[in-house]
Design a protein around this ligand. Sequence first.
Ligand code: C2O
Ligand code: CU
Length: 480
Amino acid sequence: MVGTSLVSGCSGSNSDSGSNSGSGESTARNQLGVAEEVTFTNPLRIPPVMARSASGTSAAASTLAAYNLTIKAGTAQMLPGNATSIVGFDGTFPGPTLVVERGEATTVTQTNAWTENVTIHNHGHKVAADSDGHPVDYIPPGSSKTYTYPNDQPAGTFWYHDHTMDLTGAHVYNGLAGFYIIHDAAEDALNLPSGDYDIPLMLQDKQFDASNNLTYTSQVAGFNGNTPVVNGVANAVHNVANRKYRLRLLNGADVRPWNLELRAGTTPQTFQVISSDGGLLQAPVGTTSLSIAPGERYDIVVDFAPHAVGTTLSLFNTDATAPAISTLMQFTVDRAETDTSNLPSTLATINRYTEAESTGSADIALALANGTWQLNGLTYDPARIDITSPSNAVRIWTLTNNSPAMHPFHKHLVQFNVLDINGQPPPAIENGLKDTVQVPARGTVRIIFKNEGFTGTYVFHCHKLGHEDHRMMLQESVTP
Ligand code: C2O
Ligand code: CU
């Protein structure tokens, strides 16, 4: 059984940010601005796990798994009717999911069979600078590049996406994004929901023309679409058993933050947050709502056991800072099953850096000036180094947001800890491994980290892709 709901006329104006009344009934937007019945009947797409093309032995004697992907035009069934033209990994969207074991090095050879320069970044991974998908480290049309990923970091949900200077937003919007998941023995031992009960969900907003083709304009403010898609499917539904599921949530939107609830009717359900960007939290955190900004990931465990077979639940958005989108997708409990998975009360040990360990700091001011986003009064110049950090030294960066917008700040190379947000200790879900942190409007966030493993030039930037493409990005040189 599938939930239905009424969409009342929405003008297409990008300014009606307050219309999520919380009724749970108004859902996807109607592009024509006419009241219509929206049904969540399109089956959720779960991107296939990619098979390895080869295996061999690396110099370090660990198994080297090799993947080959081709960047090319393709189509995706986002809406009923015409398939939507995309550019994707192997011409698919989302791209194939890469699943590896911690410490098992992989190579990914990307062949650009498209018409534009690309460069591919593995978001959240600790990698050598020449495998990091630097914004001008282009793979020109007709050529290939092999990236090496050590995967030497805790189990977690990561994603690979285009990172081309000035064009990341357009390229990701048009399909160049996929999941990259690391498993490890410590996580496996927990017996969390796995296999068919472990589902990655890429949350985005799109806008379609009458032929179901995507529209996008690169804007300083960023692009807000009017139609939510999950794993590239609008008005999606997924049938679930009455048991625990692990949902790997990724905000893959251009600029839109989501504030998520899981509603049965109008009642928000409690779910457990089990991991942040870089891996498991120390312990599950129960909540009825979750804020997730572009670039961030949170894995949650949802227990559908309290819900009778036939119940429909909505993944609902209450964020009021962007033009309203309410329901992203639905889950329908369609069967009873025995659940042998666990959700232990302790998940991992997080070794947080302490302020006393820091041997240096940097201040980074986020601002809107002369109609453009800036970091320390600057915009991105790939020929300029903005911060030099020695490797193997603990550093504190103070991120001061002098602008009226929240910015999700993302640093490459290593995960960081959030020291404080507006002077207060971070909430439990931000107390683990993070690579992207929301810096509130007019707020201050301090992060602490240790660059290690590799040296070279890495970027840090706002992960609102419209902001990034308008050069809200700088470079860090990590020195030996
Ligand atoms: Cu997800 Cu520098 O990016
Ligand atoms: Cu920003």
